[in-house]
Design a protein around this ligand. Structure first.
Ligand SMILES: [Zn+2]
Length: 81
């Protein structure tokens, strides 16, 4: 199924940018970030951000404190309005 999808998508236009991670074509995503040798879609960026944040939380306890501070500040800001 996946191979068929890729073949048909790529077969239509070889110049279509395809996410290097999930292989979705540019017109199927909201945003494609393009580099010289690789492209990444917005969905994969969010996924990667989640992975990085979770990894940092595990390996660097300070980031958790920092994030809690930011969350508290945001809550305080909303309270003022
Ligand atoms: Zn992607």
């Amino acid at each position: 199924m996946r191979e068929l999808y890729l073949k048909t998508e790529r077969g239509v236009d070889m110049n279509t940018k395809i996410c290097s991670f999930c292989e979705k074509p540019a017109h199927r995503v909201n945003l494609m970030i393009e580099a010289e040798h690789a492209d990444i879609c917005d969905e994969c960026v969010f996924l990667c951000m989640a992975i990085v944040i979770n990894k940092l939380k595990e390996e660097w306890p300070n980031i958790k404190k920092l994030m809690e501070q930011v969350e508290q500040e945001n809550t305080t800001d909303e309270g003022d309005k």
